[in-house]
Write a protein that binds this ligand. Structure first.
Ligand code: NDP
Length: 607
């Protein structure tokens, strides 16, 4: 059944355009990502600390491996599974965590949940014969599901947990990567697959005095249940009854952990720089009858449908299977065009229509704040003034009502572009010092910062000691976003120069298949190296540049954040890297045909 359009209020577009411009401008900081503290050096220990299930100490290993995977989250699991299917068995999955899961291993804060419906987000559901318990899964179930994938493909025996890769050097004499780790291992790998995920390294706000604070503090990615009480299966934070808590940040993480903090803390102060889009959640247990009715191939169709809803345009006959806030704008555009008899639209007309429906959807969200939050001043502060998808939309039934509790305060720090400083006893914001027993950093991740920061590996050296960071100093240079000239046998997942989908697990599935093909083909052809030729790489970069699909005007108009390079040089860096213009599906066809053709065009195979 087709789901109908969502009711949205009227808007004054001219007013909104100007208001959005002002709100973006007042938040711009010329230092961009440099405003954040990287968790290395004196902060490295904070990053390496594992409060959950650190593996016991072990002796260094010396190993010759066919494929090393950097990361055991959904990206690494996907590639590893496909490799095993292709008969590549001598693999190692190296992960800093004590288990598989990646972001779902580390993020155990109270309330952790996926904002994308589970039937589209959790990969491999049909293969795994698994049906999520709820429409929107909670963290513990997703983590367990990652473990299940690990068991399904027999990956545990290949895992090296609690291990951080610290250097990658190509050794041309042995035609292998020398993989250095923080455990002193000596691993010589034929192939290395980079699967770190976009949320692997937390970051901190670079405010003066952060080291002076004498109270307790932690990042949401290292939730300290010893301090708060409870655990992620039972988030009863019963040790906070006499504690004054401050939380910095109001992104997707904070939106989920603020309600339990508000419920249990003696006092909670939420420091907000940019409010999030907050729609209702309305989670439901999975209907067993619906689950039984699904036909083979249903998940791929659904993942694609989610992708269409956020990254593409609905045709007249597109059926919105997801039907939540993610697809609202496309759904409403479709309904309006239908009402008008589906007229032909120029690109310009379509973009105008899109802007209008976007503005209406955002107005509906702002109205929710008025309807839910009793204090009008607080409600006003909670309204997001930017276009849909400038920041990640959030869905939570309890976040806005939390601000009706007498023990919860919201402090808007947008005028000062953030909190001012941290002192021995608390946080200074807008000239006022807030005394706190504990500061929680919900300050996000190195998701689109400089690549060296994101990978957290200073040395990635290909042939003749060429640094990957130097090779990419003027922008990415790859073939299909997955391999790089002069970096033989080094393969990449993530958003670089490929077919972009906001549905990360769909993209990992695509990349897992392609990478498994590259590795298994190279091995079958008894090639010791596989890499793009200089021309192959240059041709792909040209293809990307000629078709580049980055909506500069859109990103420039957004409030700053990790999605748009903090509002600076937006055309060069967005969260999606440099997407292949014709889109995800066109890219999927392109690499499928490339594989079917069998000639490995643009690649060189070496003895
Ligand atoms: P974000 O980067 O989204 O949020 C960081 C927050 O810290 C922002 O609100 C930011 O404000 C604020 N901040 C940073 N510096 C300062 C400062 N100096 N003063 C005051 N505030 C500051 O991180 P999250 O961990 O919330 O989310 C990251 C991503 O993780 C999400 O976008 C999503 O992809 C994923 N995620 C997904 C979830 C899901 O599916 N439900 C749940 C949680 C996370 P500003 O916005 O102004 O920069």
């Amino acid at each position: 059944m087709q789901c109908g359009p969502t009711d949205t209020p009227d808007i004054d577009l001219e007013y909104l355009r100007e208001k959005y411009r002002q709100e973006a401008e007042k938040r711009h900081r010329k230092e961009g990502f440099a405003q954040y503290i990287e968790m290395k050096g004196e902060y490295q220990e904070y990053f390496e600390f594992d409060p959950y299930s650190p593996p016991p100490p072990r002796e260094p290993v010396s190993d010759e491996i066919d494929v090393v995977m950097l990361g055991g989250g959904f990206a690494g699991l996907n590639v590893a599974g496909r490799l095993k299917e292709a008969g590549v068995d001598n693999i190692r999955i190296i992960d800093r965590g004590g288990d598989f899961g990646g972001t779902w291993y580390w993020n155990r804060y109270p309330g952790v949940q996926c904002d994308v419906e589970s039937y589209s987000y959790l990969p491999l559901l049909e293969e795994m014969e698994y049906m999520p318990k709820d429409r929107y899964s909670y963290g513990p179930e997703i983590f367990e599901y990652c473990q299940k994938i690990g068991r399904h493909f027999g990956l545990y025996e290949h895992a090296l947990f609690g291990t951080l890769i610290t250097s990658l050097r190509w050794d041309d004499d042995i035609k292998r990567w020398r993989v250095g780790t923080n455990q002193g291992d000596d691993i010589r790998a034929r192939f290395v697959v980079m699967a770190p995920g976009p949320l692997n390294r937390p970051k901190l706000p670079g405010v003066p005095g952060i080291q002076d604070y004498k109270g307790h503090s932690f990042h949401t990615m290292r939730w300290d249940y010893d301090y708060t009480g409870g655990d992620w299966l039972n988030p009863v934070l019963d040790r906070l009854g006499d504690k004054r808590i401050g939380i910095i940040g109001t992104g997707a993480t904070a939106i989920q952990c603020v309600p339990p903090l508000g419920k249990y803390a003696k006092h909670l102060t939420v420091f907000q720089r940019t409010p999030s889009y907050i729609d209702n959640r309305g989670n439901q247990p999975t209907d067993p009858e619906w689950a039984r009715s699904l036909q083979p191939g249903w998940q791929n169709e659904r993942m694609h449908n989610f992708h269409l809803g956020i990254n593409d345009v609905y045709e007249r006959d597109t059926v919105d299977l997801i039907c939540d806030g993610w697809s609202e704008v496309n759904r409403n555009i479709q309904a309006r065009r239908e009402q008008d008899g589906w007229p032909e639209l120029t690109m310009e007309q379509f973009m105008e229509l899109r802007e209008e429906e976007d503005a209406k959807a955002m107005e509906r969200i702002r109205k929710r704040a008025d309807d839910t939050v009793k204090d009008p001043e607080t409600a006003e502060m909670l309204k997001p003034w930017y276009r849909f998808l400038c920041k990640r939309p959030c869905f939570n039934d309890d976040y806005l009502p939390t601000f009706n509790l007498p023990n919860v305060d919201l402090v808007d720090v947008s005028d000062a572009r953030g909190i001012e400083r941290i002192t021995e006893i608390g946080i200074v914001a807008n000239g006022v010092e807030h005394e706190l027993d504990c500061i929680i950093y919900a300050s996000g991740f190195e998701s689109t910062t400089d690549l060296r920061r994101r990978y957290g590996i200073d040395t990635i050296e290909g042939r003749d000691g060429l640094s990957l960071y130097d090779h990419w100093s003027e922008g990415f240079r790859t073939l299909h976003g997955m391999s790089v000239h002069n970096f033989p046998n080094l393969l990449f997942t993530g958003w670089l120069q490929g077919g972009v989908s906001g549905s990360t697990t769909l993209m990992y599935d695509q990349q897992g298949r392609h990478i498994a093909y590259l590795v298994s083909e190279a091995m079958a052809r008894e090639a010791r190296t596989v890499e793009p030729s200089a021309e192959g790489e240059a041709d792909w970069v040209k293809t990307i540049k000629e078709n580049l699909l980055i909506d500069k005007q859109f990103w420039e108009g957004c409030t700053p954040g990790y999605n748009n390079n903090e509002g600076l040089e937006v055309e060069r860096y967005t969260i999606f890297g440099e997407p292949y213009g014709p889109g995800y599906d066109a890219f999927d066809d392109l690499i499928r045909e490339w594989r079917d053709e069998g000639g490995m065009a643009g690649m060189e195979l070496g003895e």
